[in-house]
Design a protein around this ligand. Structure first.
Ligand code: FE2
Length: 230
């Protein structure tokens, strides 16, 4: 979209994997700095810079939201088991930046490589394999949230499952996706709903939670087959 993004991306043509990681980190820090709390600048050079950053990040990996909904396999029973597991994991979750992070448990780990989830992904994206990595994320203290960023390679495609969202606010925290054209898409997921997102290339953020707002999510990673085999 921007000529500058094209020029910057050209510089990565001969870059090593480490250099690409370095470049992504620089861009993510720029995205977060330009859009504190997920609010990008609306005009001026800062707005142009944010669009350039989003555009550059979207040239490294595929982008887009592939699916949002509650698939048949997400039964009330499975959701309840995942919620219960997340409650246990929350007790040992560690603070990472502005959220709390915990590893999956047996139920989450099984879902990460399940045939049902694979079938859903296969319908929507070619050549993606589960990484087997499942992480519980908690945004449950005032101010918890995540600036615009892209995910690491093991979440090139990320299935983000909402487990709980308690809030009393009229404007609860949304998941926000940014397109290189400058459009924002705000998603308010219901418990049991999954957003399947090319999270390695699509800049996205979690709006800060308010007082008395609590979110528990499970994220399940997929990556290209060639990377999974390497
Ligand atoms: Fe993310």
């Amino acid at each position: 979209v921007t000529a500058l993004a094209e020029k910057l991306h050209d510089l990565t043509r001969d870059a090593s994997a480490d250099e690409i990681d370095n470049y992504k980190l620089l861009l993510c820090i720029a995205a977060g700095g330009l859009a504190p709390e997920g609010h990008p600048p609306v005009d001026g050079p800062e707005a142009a810079a944010f669009r350039t950053v989003v555009d550059c990040l979207g040239r490294i990996h595929p982008t887009g939201l592939l699916y949002r909904g509650r698939p048949d396999f997400m039964t009330d029973e499975l959701l309840a088991r995942l919620q219960a597991e997340s409650d246990e994991v929350r007790k040992v979750a560690v603070r990472s930046d502005l959220y709390f992070l915990g590893c999956g448990g047996p139920t989450a780990d099984a879902l990460a490589v399940s045939g049902e989830l694979r079938a859903l992904v296969d319908q929507l994206a070619e050549g993606m394999e589960p990484t087997g990595i499942a992480s519980y994320l908690f945004y449950d203290e005032p101010g918890c949230g995540l600036s615009p960023h892209v995910d690491t390679d093991v979440f090139t495609l990320n299935a983000i499952l909402m487990l709980r969202h308690e809030h009393a606010s009229e404007s609860p925290s949304h998941l926000v996706l940014y397109s290189p054209e400058g459009e924002e898409e705000r998603l308010l997921l219901e418990p049991g709903e999954i957003a399947l997102l090319f999270a390695g290339g699509t800049v996205h953020a979690r709006e800060p939670v308010k007082e008395d707002e609590r979110i528990a999510l499970l994220t399940l990673g997929f990556e290209p087959v060639a990377a999974a085999a390497a």
